[in-house]
Design a protein around this ligand. Structure first.
Ligand SMILES: Cc1cc2nc3c(=O)[nH]c(=O)nc-3n(C[C@H](O)[C@H](O)[C@H](O)COP(=O)(O)OP(=O)(O)OC[C@H]3O[C@@H](n4cnc5c(N)ncnc54)[C@H](O)[C@@H]3O)c2cc1C
Length: 500
């Protein structure tokens, strides 16, 4: 039995652990925190349970396929609910749009915003489905060592239709003119950490995920998915050791032999780091063995960081949904403040998740659990004064737009931003979502999942292929498990597992 040490128990580490345990590897996961989940951890206080990171459960097929690859169903581990409306958007105090789950209602909504847009949405989503099917079946599971992997008939034959070299902005403007529709379609690109200008039109597959596959909620919270994945990995024999901060990866004769934590030494035949890539290379590995220099990292376009407020409210708040977007300011100016000229934004868009609208277990009875989030450039100075300035701004705007006063009803408040991402996750520049999915940072142009100088060291997670977000992080773990299985000579079974 070969020993595999996995650094980190986020979604990618969990998927790697279960996939390799199933193949008969002896898997140990070393995690610096007291629990699994990484950016998707939870915390509990005063009767509230807060998901710390992801709140949108999109692409349910990815989770279904994941559990099915182990002969299981998602419902063996957690209960899902489709949200309707999927989300609410405030454009102004008077203009509020609920995005319906039903396709028929969605077409009517588009038609009401722009004459003819209902029919155009049908064509737009047909194209988006085509991209989703090819993207999720043929592209996303590639280890992406080189461009040659993409020289398959199905990909080459459809290269033009996939629109890798066209911008997302041009693509959506070909169909629609109404600014609200354009902003609704641009919203999912935020998950990829890019803008409509610098993201390939291929990613309209995200609109298919949003509008056709829907927005779901695992009852109890996103951490229920984490708990399910940890349980599955443990059932397959993986072992988790928490409170273990990996401090060094030791290389001997161009092979990693062990990792060292504050508590001890763990021998390994293979090591997979799901910790942030930059941290693994710059802090844990000797300079001679790094794939990339600090200069390389400085040249990369990072996805945003986030300023988050976790709030407990001692009343029920009217006027908002489970997910509510505040698009009352021009997002293109906010996007420039993230990517073009990184600085704290003047007039940001922001988002509120209020899971207590769906789930009575996440807040005491009669209370609301609210999570306010603003995407903000990585690498900015983050201090209490700045956080408070935005908190006041969000409250002012929230109260003005929703007509609901909450300022005097806040019974719990915790803020979270760059400094916390660095402290908790060793996140490069305090990033929240890894690398932006720009054209030049897609597939084989992303940081590779294999170390080029050390034969048994691998990377997984949102900073390598396929990219940021829970479903990609999970797939990343499956891909890396497949690569290790190949190296160890159990390739065939893993290929079947990864490609379902
Ligand atoms: C605020 C926020 C909101 C988001 N919203 C969504 C959403 O709604 N939907 C969605 O799909 N995605 C969302 N995402 C993105 C998604 O959460 C991430 O892409 C995904 O969780 C990343 O998983 P990972 O395994 O790559 O990394 P991580 O979750 O960061 O896991 C890495 C793990 O490594 C551990 N680690 C780091 N260094 C060490 C060390 N030296 N020793 C031991 N352990 C170490 C960390 O503690 C962590 O547990 C969001 C992210 C954030 C931050």
């Amino acid at each position: 039995m070969k020993n595999v040490i996995i650094i980190g128990a986020g979604f990618s580490g969990l998927a790697t652990a279960a996939s390799l345990a199933k193949k008969g590897f002896k898997v140990k996961v070393l995690e610096k925190h007291k629990m699994a989940g990484g950016r998707a951890r939870k915390f509990e206080t005063e009767g509230f349970t807060f998901d710390m990171g992801p709140s949108w459960y999109w692409m349910p097929d990815v989770f279904d396929n994941y559990f099915a690859s182990f002969g299981k169903k998602t419902s063996d581990y957690y209960d899902l609910m489709r949200l309707d409306p999927s989300y609410k958007v405030f454009w102004s105090r008077e203009e509020i749009t609920d995005i319906p789950a039903s396709e028929k209602d969605l077409f009517s909504l588009f038609e009401s915003l722009e004459s003819g847009a209902g029919e155009k949405l049908r064509a737009f989503l047909k194209d988006a489905k085509f991209k989703y099917d090819i993207g999720m079946n043929d592209l996303v599971h590639k280890p992406s060592y080189s461009a040659l992997e993409f020289a398959e008939f199905s990909i080459l034959a459809n290269a033009m239709k996939l629109q890798i070299f066209r911008s997302f902005e041009k693509h959506i403007k070909k169909y629609f003119k109404d600014p609200k529709i354009l902003q609704l379609l641009e919203f999912p690109i935020l998950f990829l950490g890019g803008t409509a200008k610098n993201t390939p039109a291929l990613y309209s597959l995200m609109n298919y995920a949003d509008m056709r596959l829907g927005t779901w909620y695992p009852m109890g919270g996103m951490h229920k998915v984490v708990a399910g994945m940890q349980k599955l990995a443990e059932e397959l024999g993986a072992e988790f050791v928490f409170d273990q901060n990996v401090e060094r990866i030791v290389v001997e004769n161009r092979k990693v032999s062990r990792v060292e934590t504050q508590d001890g030494i763990y021998d390994a035949d293979y090591i997979v780091s799901s910790a942030d890539y930059n941290h693994t290379e710059q802090a844990l590995l000797g300079k001679d063995y790094q794939n990339y220099s600090e200069k390389y990292w400085d040249s990369k376009v990072m996805s945003p960081s986030s300023l988050i407020f976790y709030l407990g409210i001692n009343k029920k708040v009217k006027g908002i949904s489970h997910h509510t977007l505040f698009f009352d300011e021009d997002f293109s100016a906010h996007a420039d403040d993230i990517y073009k000229d990184p600085r704290w934004p003047e007039k940001p868009s922001f988002y509120i998740s209020c899971p207590s609208k769906t789930d009575t277990t996440v807040a005491p009875e009669g209370y609301e659990n609210m999570f306010m989030l603003m995407p903000v450039a990585s690498g900015l100075e983050d201090n209490e004064e700045t956080r408070e300035k935005y908190f006041e701004m969000f409250l002012d705007r929230f109260e003005k737009l929703s007509g609901e006063s909450i300022r005097n009803n806040i019974v719990f408040k915790r803020s979270y931003a760059h400094r916390d991402f660095v402290k908790d996750y060793n996140a490069f520049k305090g990033n929240a979502y890894g690398l932006a999915n720009t054209l030049m940072q897609t597939a084989f142009m992303k940081p590779g999942l294999k170390n080029k100088k050390v034969s048994n060291l691998f990377y997984t997670g949102q900073l390598t292929v396929p990219g940021p977000g829970v479903p990609p992080a999970l797939i990343s773990g499956q891909i890396v498990a497949g690569e290790i299985a190949k190296l160890a000579g159990v390739e065939k079974e893993v290929k079947e597992m990864v490609s379902i």
